[in-house]
Structures are given as C-alpha cells and as structure tokens.
Design a protein around this ligand. Structure first.
Ligand SMILES: [Zn+2]
Length: 139
C-alpha cells in the first residue's frame, strides 16, 4: 500500500532530527540549529524572519513543543563565526551558553552538589533525513 501524499509539491522536505534523550535545552538547540542551517541564517531571529521555511522544514508536534517550552534558549544561539551553543545538565536541568569549541565538564558545575554530567548541543550532530518525493512513474 502506498502512503497518500498530502500535496503535490516537488520540493524535498527536511525532517529535523534531535536526540530525545538529551536535556530539553539541548534538544531545543539541536532543532533550532538545524532550522537555522536550512534557512542559511546564523540566529533564531533571522530564521523566524525567513519567509520561505514553511513546507521546507518539517517539525513534529513534539519538536514544536520543545521549541515553545525552551524558547528562552533560542535567542542566544549563534550558528556561524563565534558559534554559541548550550551545555545542559539532565540531572539539575540548568544550562549555560558556551563557545561551541568548549567541552562541557565531566561533572556538573551549574548547581552545587549536582551529580549530573552536562551535555553539549552539537551544532551539526543530528543530520536531517531528506525525503524526496517519489518520482512520477513513467516520467
Ligand atoms: Zn546539574
């Protein structure tokens, strides 16, 4: 059985992937960095102003929810030049913005006595799956 296609658009849709096991601010950064990459912009504000993203990037309901809930993270991310990403702790939930070249410490320093290990949101780590629409038979 073939899946029905919702539209006859010819463009490939970029599905955004993120790590559902990462701390939420890291998930939000992963999603935001991918959207910025597709839009070819360096900041979230610029991505929001990008008019032609609809129909090009496909976010799941869960990804929309993550962006909404973690929206405080988004304005500080920078994708090019002095790249700014986020380190977040899955135990205490705190996060800090950091240069993308810096590694998070082995132990959480965001909260006194926390036993967690912060995770860094890679700006390139989660690759999208590009889903080209099926070619028209016989074309
Ligand atoms: Zn912590």
């Amino acid at each position: 059985m073939r899946q029905p296609r919702p539209s006859s658009k010819k463009r490939a849709v970029v599905l955004v992937q993120h790590d559902p096991l990462a701390p939420r601010p890291v998930q939000a950064a992963q999603i935001a960095f991918k959207v910025m990459a597709v839009a070819k912009v360096d900041t979230w504000a610029a991505a929001l102003e990008h008019s032609s993203l609809a129909g090009v990037v496909e976010l799941t309901d869960e990804q929309q929810r993550i962006l909404e809930q973690e929206r405080a993270v988004l304005p500080y991310l920078v994708r090019r030049g002095a790249i700014i990403t986020v380190h977040a702790c899955s135990v205490c939930g705190r996060y800090v913005f950091a240069d993308s070249k810096s590694a998070p410490g082995a132990r959480c320093t965001l909260r006194l006595g926390c036993s967690g290990a912060p995770v860094k949101a890679s700006t390139t780590g989660f690759r999208p799956q590009t889903m080209p629409l099926e070619p028209t038979p016989g074309a």
